[in-house]
Design a protein around this ligand. Structure first.
Ligand code: ADP
Length: 486
């Protein structure tokens, strides 16, 4: 009997497969690191063949744990978004490196399009901005610069990471789900189809792209594990986390603190527009109906702690940051603006660089580490202001991601945002969201609301900081930020 759901979570730095019992208990996890390729400053590539090999290994382990493919009811896939893969339809082999979402090679191209005043139309159609972050300019660049892609002609297939994995799992199904498609800047998010004007603007032929489908359904089967397993759920990682946090009603908001930080507020079935440089994106699509979200993407979150640990040697482990932050009564006037790879929402300043301000001889390592953690609440507060300006203020925040394990950080978020912060006991919400979609797609649940019980228990952090102290922190951050923004 098929009593489990298998989730493939293909992240930026690692690939995982996880096995869930139908009531949501996690039965096991297999994980493999992915090699990061940095061929030149600003360039970030992955080897799509490695992504597939690691995925296959992890998935095999979880199928074995389940006791065979016949015991797996459905596969759900969630993935790093925007990263783009190029492969040969005949051989199923990659034709070029995958260009990763962090890659900035198309900064000049995007700046030129902005200069030519294309941004308002791009934003109106896609909900996105003209930034190298999104896939479209990366695809256009690759077609213009990698001759093997042009030479491949009709054999060329292009897709985001879930699209690549579905192709490999099924042996040739070329689909993408609406959430992943909404991050390419080639889909008109109001209609849910590829847009001819955008395809022409970025120089992408329609024929290389996959068909856009729902996030749940019976999309195809994989026969690689001994018996057929249907693939029933697909969503980009941040959308999957939104679903996994049960942010299903308009106003429900989650923030994921991993390498970067990504905040999404569900806005319902009406297409949102932002006047504050937030992104409008597809939260999920079921039965052809799209539910939308506003999104604020912050590029540097956990990577700041990693940098303090690995490059500056200030921390023995990421977890040590919590004890260090607690070891001092306040930040001692030190602020850290983590613009190490520019600033994302709501500033969108790729040229900005980070700063540590307010240093004196009394500043200790603990103050700098505390400032690094405090920066997360401040960046999130800046987003909250932008969301409020767009008519989507938050009354509560649901958090997850590797950094959310830090209790001090969770409390600081509650204090600075002045809202309750809720953290599930099982923080792998991205995988839960993919399992929920796969469960709905396989007919095990009637709706996402039915599947939401998979989220489990939560812990709440309540705001407790005095208003004067809170305002002093906000003012200190605002000054530090002004210096960085110039
Ligand atoms: P991703 O999915 O983006 O690879 P994760 O969600 O696994 O990232 O989170 C890992 C990040 O969280 C790392 O950058 C690490 O520095 C940071 N991190 C992990 N544990 C803690 C902690 N206890 N306190 C602060 N940061 C942490």
């Amino acid at each position: 009997m098929a009593e489990t759901i298998l989730v493939i979570d293909e992240g930026t730095t690692s690939t995982r497969a996880m096995l869930f019992a139908l009531e949501g208990r996690c039965l096991g996890c297999a994980q493999r690191e992915l090699t990061q390729h940095y061929p030149a400053p600003g360039l970030v590539e992955h080897d799509a063949a490695e992504i597939w090999q690691r995925t296959l290994e992890c998935t095999r382990e979880m199928v074995d744990l389940a006791g065979g493919a016949e015991r797996v009811a459905a596969i759900g896939i969630t993935n790093q978004r925007e990263t783009i893969v190029f492969w040969d339809k005949n051989t199923g082999e990659p034709l070029a490196p995958a260009i990763v979402w962090q890659d900035r090679r198309t900064a000049d191209l995007c700046a030129a399009l902005k200069e030519q005043s294309h941004e308002p139309a791009v934003q109106a159609k896609t909900g996105l901005l003209l930034d190298p972050y999104f896939s479209a300019s990366k695809i256009g660049w690759a077609l213009g610069n990698w001759p093997q892609l042009r030479e491949a002609g009709d054999r060329l297939a292009v897709g985001t990471v879930e699209s690549w994995l579905v192709w490999k799992l099924t042996g040739g199904l070329h689909i993408t789900d609406a959430t992943n498609a909404s991050r390419t800047a080639l889909m008109a998010i109001g209609s849910g189809g590829w847009d001819d004007g955008l395809l022409a603007l970025f120089g992408v032929p329609r024929g290389v792209l996959p068909e856009i489908v729902d996030c749940a359904g019976r999309f195809g089967e994989t026969n690689l594990f001994g018996a057929a397993i249907p693939i029933c759920g697909l969503a980009g990682d941040q959308q999957a986390a939104t679903i996994g946090q049960a942010c299903l009603e308009p106003g429900d908001t989650k923030a994921t603190y991993g390498t970067g930080a990504f905040v999404l507020t569900a806005t319902g079935t009406a297409l949102p527009t932002s006047r504050n440089r937030l992104l409008a994106t597809v939260a999920w699509q079921l039965g052809g109906q799209r539910h939308y979200a506003l999104e604020g993407s912050v590029f540097v979150a956990g990577s700041l702690i990693k940098w303090l640990r690995d490059d500056l040697g200030m921390l023995a482990s990421a977890g040590e940051s919590e004890a260090l932050a607690r070891s001092v009564p306040d930040n001692g006037g030190v602020y850290l603006v983590p613009a190490l790879s520019g600033l994302g929402a709501p500033w969108w300043r790729p040229d900005a660089r980070g700063a540590i301000s307010g240093l004196s001889f009394s500043a200790r390592r603990a103050h700098i580490v505390r400032a690094a953690l405090e920066a997360q609440a401040h960046q999130t507060h800046d987003l909250k202001t932008a969301f409020a300006g767009d008519g989507c203020d938050w009354t509560r925040l649901r958090i997850d991601g590797g950094m959310a394990a830090n209790d001090w950080l969770a409390q600081d978020l509650a204090d600075m945002l002045d809202v309750e912060v809720e953290r599930p006991a099982f923080v792998e919400t991205t995988a839960i969201g993919a399992a929920m979609l796969a469960g709905v797609g396989a007919g095990l649940f009637n709706s996402l609301a039915d599947a939401a019980a998979l989220r489990g228990e939560t812990r709440v952090f309540r705001p407790g900081l005095g208003e004067n102290q809170r305002q002093a922190r906000l003012d200190g951050w605002s000054q530090a930020m002004q210096a960085v923004l110039g």
